[in-house]
Ligand binder design. Structure first.
Ligand SMILES: Nc1ncnc2c1ncn2[C@@H]1O[C@H](COP(=O)(O)OP(=O)(O)OP(=O)(O)O)[C@@H](O)[C@H]1O
Length: 602
């Protein structure tokens, strides 16, 4: 999967996009109604002014001068009140209208983030995190503008265009019919070009996502980049994405330029028709000069919403492109979901065995398990494995044999394609995913620490843990003394991904996390293979403490670390080909014995 490429998102119909978009207004109905009310006040005031002028020029200013002067004060007050109301409405639209848009954008961002948290591993296998972040941040940016300005602009425009057309008809019918034809042509052109605009904006989004993906990839792997001295290579790759983005941006600006140019020709035509046609009708004696002046004022009022409408189509296409991409992600159904009748693991076990109070034993059984990542090639080919409750079974075997995959099926990161996988006799697919994952603790070689304090990172194992419990977990993981020696103790910042700590220290913090979580089942995935002897000894001790009394699956390449396991399973080509204790397997002289001799040179 290349950065920026997208895969398995279902396409969404236009009506669904609009329907979903409208649904985000639901919590803000009152704000929207007020916004539209203010917009209509604005439109009415703008339309009223030429009418008022019409009244003054044709009637009021023909009154005797002393009557006019005596009324000017009142007129000033009335006009001031009218414009004060307009200003208040404008203020509401600008402030609260934007606030409504921002809140809707926040709601959408929350929904998208929640969906990202729900999506299964398989989605993350196929999609780039940079692209996903781009959707969360950049794509939703224009949506806020559309959410706010969309209905209000549309409303003001329709009101103003309809109102000014009605008033134009009142002034002169033939001239207005010519205007109508010009306007219809203009609208037809705008709609015709719209589709092209949408594809250009979608392309812009994709290229932006591509840049984010590159950025994420390059900065995330900055240590590797620097260790290879490959800064130049990364800059080259980034430049490529950056140029591709600018190319599509340029295309969109060129397109917008020509689009606006054609529209300004149309507007020029409207004014020309007003002057030439109006002049003709004045000469014919069918139009008064003052009416022509009022007519020109209405054309001004009419042209501004038409321009606004054109800008709106642009805003709409940008927002639509972003919202559509957003919807496509929301429509992805996670591969792993709770079955309708799924239940809590503890709860089922309590019912099944009345003698087991709360805590179950954690026996694991793989029965003829088959699994494939891509639906074509089976990585596991009928794997059978039994791990008695409380025992430790080590998985060994050649690289790519399927050890990690075997372990990933237990917490349902993926589901088996055939066969069954059960804990204490209960198929994991009948268990609620959160309760299943609460029962399993995983320590991997590549520890992920969050950018926060040591205390926060340990407490991640159980967010409601007290400070005392965090300290107890650190003591059990043999990391407490080290933490106490630090200047800021448990409040020490670990840096991004724990960059300020050594591999062994990170590993023991991860182990403390699991002590706090206190799961009944453990998966140790080559947890010590990246450490030097001294760190390995300390971590190994912590791991032994951790696995005491818990059912444990260990993946290890260094066979020295698993000699004490209750049993060893050799996994090859997606099957368990040998199973037994260390001594038993050595005696039988099979694959394990060969590995062992290779590693220890015996
Ligand atoms: N997320 C994935 N998507 C597609 N294929 C995968 C994925 N993870 C692993 N594989 C493939 O599945 C096979 C088994 O991999 P797995 O990681 O389970 O082996 P392993 O025995 O743990 O190997 P190692 O000892 O090298 O870690 C490999 O051929 C690998 O390429």
């Amino acid at each position: 999967m290349r950065p920026g490429e997208e895969t398995d998102e279902p396409s969404v119909r236009a009506s669904e996009v609009v329907g979903a978009f409208v649904s985000y207004y639901r919590p803000y109905r009152a704000l929207l109604i007020l916004d539209l009310f203010c917009a209509s006040v604005l439109a009415v005031v703008d339309l009223a002014f030429p009418q008022i002028l019409n009244f003054f020029t044709k009637e009021f200013f023909l009154e005797p001068p002393d009557v006019i002067v005596a009324s000017l004060g009142l007129i000033a007050v009335l006009l001031a009140v009218m414009y004060a109301v307009r200003t208040a409405c404008q203020y509401f639209i600008t402030s609260w209208g934007h606030i409504m848009g921002a809140r809707m954008e926040a709601d959408m961002r929350k929904d998208l983030f929640e969906q990202y948290q729900r999506l299964s591993f398989s989605y993350y296998d196929r999609n780039n995190t940079g692209t996903m972040m781009s959707k969360l941040v950049t794509d939703l940016f224009d949506i806020s503008e559309l959410a706010h300005h969309g209905p209000e602009n549309l409303f003001i425009c329709i009101l103003k265009i309809a109102g000014s057309f009605a008033l134009l008809f009142l002034v002169n019918v033939p001239l207005t019919l010519i205007m109508l034809v010009a306007t219809v042509l203009m609208a037809a052109y705008a709609f015709w070009r719209n589709y092209r605009k949408r594809t250009i904006f979608t392309e812009n989004r994709k290229k932006m996502a591509d840049i984010n993906a590159r950025l994420q990839d390059s900065l995330g792997g900055i240590r590797v980049v620097k260790s290879f001295g490959n800064e130049g290579v990364e800059i080259g790759k980034f430049d490529e994405s950056n140029h591709r983005f600018v190319d599509t941006k340029e295309l969109s600006y060129r397109f917008m330029g020509s689009f606006h140019a054609v529209n300004s020709v149309f507007i020029g035509v409207l004014y020309t028709v007003t002057v030439v046609g109006g002049g003709y009708f004045v000469a014919q004696g069918t139009l008064e000069v003052t009416d022509l002046a009022i007519y020109a004022l209405y054309i001004g009022i009419f042209v501004s919403p038409v321009e606004q409408l054109i800008n709106f189509t642009e805003q709409f296409q940008k927002g639509y492109a972003g919202f559509r991409r957003f919807m496509e992600v929301l429509r992805v159904r996670p591969d792993i979901e709770d079955a309708p009748d799924a239940r809590d693991l503890d709860e089922i076990e309590r019912e099944q065995r009345s003698d087991t109070v709360g805590r179950a034993t954690g026996e694991i059984r793989y029965d003829g398990v088959r699994f494939s990542y891509d639906g074509e090639h089976d990585v596991l080919q009928g794997l059978n494995l039994h791990v008695p409750a409380g025992s430790t079974v080590a998985l060994v075997g050649p690289s790519g044999g399927g050890k990690t995959t075997t372990c990933s099926l237990l917490p349902r990161f993926y589901d088996v394609s055939a066969g069954s996988l059960s804990i204490d006799g209960i198929d994991v697919r009948r268990v609620r995913v959160d309760s299943l994952r609460r029962s399993i603790g995983i320590v991997q070689q590549d520890v992920y620490l969050f950018d926060g304090t040591i205390r926060e990172n340990i407490a991640y194992g159980r967010p409601d843990a007290s400070d005392d419990e965090v300290v107890r977990a650190a003591v059990l993981a043999n990391i407490h003394d080290f933490i106490c020696d630090l200047e800021d103790g448990y409040e020490t910042y670990v840096g991004e991904r724990g960059a300020r700590l050594s591999g062994g220290q990170k590993q023991r913090i991860a182990i403390a996390r699991i002590f706090l979580k206190d799961p009944r089942i453990l998966i140790l995935d080559e947890a010590t293979s990246a450490l030097d002897n001294e760190s390995e000894r300390k971590v190994q001790k912590s791991l032994e403490d951790l696995s005491r009394g818990r059912t444990t699956l260990v993946i290890a390449h260094r066979l020295s670390t698993i000699r004490g396991a209750d049993a060893i399973a050799v996994v090859e080509n997606g099957r368990v080909v040998e199973f037994g204790t260390h001594g038993h397997l050595l005696e039988s002289g099979g694959t394990y014995a060969r590995y062992y001799r290779m590693q220890f040179g015996e």
